[in-house]
Design a protein around this ligand. Structure first.
Ligand code: GCU
Length: 639
């Protein structure tokens, strides 16, 4: 089969190469080259990811060939129009063999002989020269397929940052935009018997219509940053399942079949540890929605007792399985109720970056456990704000296992293009991809729709639409966002208020408060700030903090970037927080020093945001101990 393709390709390449060599490539397709990204006509990736934990998933992690393409020649010719044949990394050919056979053939790439790198992993880690590269990198690997009759074949990507153009055996599958959520393509009719060639064009660049926009406060980490799987499923397979404890105390099951025999199939749910079996049948559209009483001997999930159960959903030809915790969430005025009990969220914010001196966004189970154990055991915490984008599901599954409540958010951050319908649609698709992936995670209590977005009418409309989309997809969890606040001097007291109209749309209010670090307030006056809140809703301090360089300490008067200043900032802010009756959670900024191109003080930062309470290599700062002690007292008060 492959030999036949090579012959066809040879004929084609001869014709096209001659054309290319003889003059400008025909402009039959106009592809516009925008300053910072590339519009390529494409099919959208499918939204609902195939369950890779299911049987039949082959992990394609390992060494992939890679090739930089700074001027995106693989996307478009230098006058615009189609890419020259000799630049198309996705050609399904053996370039060296072509050039040996055809002396006039000209290729200015050769993926088979390109360097290799471990995937998943951002290209920042491929070699030192890639540290600051932003642009297009092409990746390629081969994998064997032995197609079986009556099977559906998929390629699933955990995340590719920021845009992915995917080709199989030279055929374009489509494009996905967004660096933090999974997507998949069905390849049943494209995969061939034997060796298949998978090529991915990754473009890390964003523009002002992107989500997030170009300016953030974290390292971009372009590349294939989470695992890629080749997934085989029965012709009619279980495309998704959602199994959870509803607020009416019953276990609810929603499963969806996809395939020609999806209607009227016998379905069953099993929880082997509880000896539970529930039988049923899919409806005419292939959906199975049912519920059942809570088993008497089922232990509820909580940070103190993170009990997970193996849950299986079965259809005639397929089985879906996951590890699931059952718990209820509710609000009661200013209280957040977990399993009917008021809780206080003792947390910290975390970026997706492993502990170590040269992180490449490699969130293995070991690295995830190291980060989250610092919260659970080191800080006596029960909560993590996974900022500012959906993290790897390795993190959310680890939070389920260790017993940490999770705040999950999409990167609607700072200067979003509120006027742009495509930007709104993209934000909604990120919400959908995130919720579809993680709605079975007991640890996730919050979906956040944005962070510090400047108030305007268009922004309010945009954010209200995101809240509505979130609720439409998952009414079982609480919706929040980091809001804008205002402060003014009143009777000699600095008084803070939430003036953000988005507050009325949210279940839980959240604010980032940096008095003592940003703005005129002296750190010694922070504890005197008072909050005037007239909402009957819980409040979370979703950020506060200060930069601290571990080498700056011991001076007579603590100044900014000293570890003493950071520690005083924590003490003062924690003291102030204790005076807020509706405060139900804290997630200071941030667990670990993290890479940020915006932070370039040549002694204290050098490309790192140093607001961590631990350094990038895990060294704890004094503020870590202050927070840990504070949480130990809060745990006693609340449990
Ligand atoms: C902001 C923002 C963070 C940022 C932090 C900082 O509030 O939400 O993403 O890193 O402050 O300035 O360090």
């Amino acid at each position: 089969m492959v030999r036949v393709n090579l012959f066809l390709a040879a004929v084609l390449s001869l014709a096209v190469l001659c054309l290319a060599a003889c003059g400008p490539v025909s402009e039959d397709t106009e592809s516009t080259l925008k300053t910072s990204t590339f519009e390529v006509s494409s099919k959208k990736a499918s939204v609902s990811p195939v369950k890779v934990a299911a049987q039949g998933a082959t992990d394609l992690s390992g060494m992939w060939h890679w090739s930089v393409d700074p001027y995106a020649d693989g996307y478009a010719g230098f006058h615009g129009g189609q890419a020259g044949y000799g630049s198309r990394r996705y050609n399904f050919i053996d370039v060296e063999a072509e050039m040996r056979k055809n002396p006039t053939a000209l290729f200015e790439y050769d993926m088979d002989h390109a360097k290799t790198a471990k995937i998943p992993g951002a290209w920042i880690g491929h070699e030192p020269e890639m540290r600051h590269y932003q642009g297009v990198v092409w990746y390629q690997r081969e994998f064997e397929v032995t197609p079986r009759s009556d099977e559906r074949l998929f390629l699933e990507f955990g995340a590719v940052n920021y845009k992915a153009d995917v080709y199989l055996n030279g055929e374009r599958l489509g494009q996905h935009e967004g660096g933090f959520t999974p997507f998949s393509f069905e390849v049943t009719d494209i995969a061939i018997d034997g060796v298949n060639q998978l090529t991915v064009g990754v473009d890390s660049r964003r523009d002002w219509q992107s989500v997030p926009p170009p300016v953030t406060d974290w390292e971009t980490y372009g590349g294939i940053t989470r695992p890629v799987h080749f997934v085989r499923r029965p012709e009619t397979y279980i495309a998704e399942s959602w199994v959870r404890l509803d607020d009416d105390g019953r276990i609810r099951i929603d499963a969806r079949l996809d395939g020609s025999t999806k209607a009227g199939q016998a379905m069953s749910l099993r929880i082997p540890e509880l000896d539970i079996t529930l039988d049923g049948q899919s409806d005419a559209e292939g959906n199975w929605t049912t519920d059942m009483p809570l088993p008497a001997d089922l232990a509820l999930w909580s940070p103190k007792t993170p009990q997970l159960y193996t849950v299986e959903v079965e259809s005639a030809d397929d089985r879906w399985t996951d590890r699931i915790g059952f718990r209820t969430i509710a609000l009661n005025g200013e209280d957040i109720l977990l399993n009917g009990k008021p809780i206080f969220l003792r947390g910290i914010s975390i970026h997706e970056e492993e502990i170590g001196s040269n992180p490449v966004r490699d969130i293995s189970a070991t690295n995830a456990r190291a980060l989250l154990s610092e919260v659970k055991d080191g800080l006596n915490g029960n909560f993590v704000r996974l900022a500012h984008y959906p993290h790897s599901d390795v993190m959310t599954r680890m939070a389920d296992e260790l017993g940490l409540i999770v705040w999950s958010e999409i990167p609607v951050y700072w200067r979003i293009d509120w006027e742009n319908d495509e930007t709104l649609a993209l934000s909604k698709s990120m919400i959908e991809e995130n919720i579809l992936r993680d709605r079975n995670r007991a640890s996730i209590l919050f979906w956040s729709v944005g962070n510090e977005t400047p108030i305007s009418d268009r922004r309010n409309d945009f954010m209200n639409a995101l809240v509505a989309k979130t609720r439409e997809l998952d009414s079982s969890r609480l919706v929040t966002a980091a809001l804008m606040t205002s402060k003014q001097e009143e009777g000699g007291v600095l008084t803070a208020r939430i003036t953000d109209p988005l507050a009325d749309q949210l279940d839980v209010l959240s604010v980032n408060t940096y008095d003592g670090w940003y703005g005129p307030v002296a750190v010694g006056d922070v504890s005197e700030i008072r909050w005037d809140l007239d909402f009957d809703k819980p409040l979370i301090f979703s950020e506060f903090g200060a930069g601290a360089y571990i080498g700056l300490s011991g001076e007579d008067v603590p100044r900014k970037f000293s570890v003493e200043y950071q520690d005083e900032m924590y003490r003062e802010t924690l003291e102030m927080s204790a005076e807020i009756p509706s405060l139900r959670g804290i997630s200071p900024w941030i667990l670990k020093d993290f890479r940020s191109p915006r932070r370039q003080h040549s002694i204290y930062q050098n490309g790192w945001n140093r607001k961590g309470v631990i350094t990038e290599t895990g060294e704890r700062k004094p503020a870590f101990h202050t927070l840990s002690e504070h949480y130990k007292k809060l745990a006693d008060d609340w449990e």
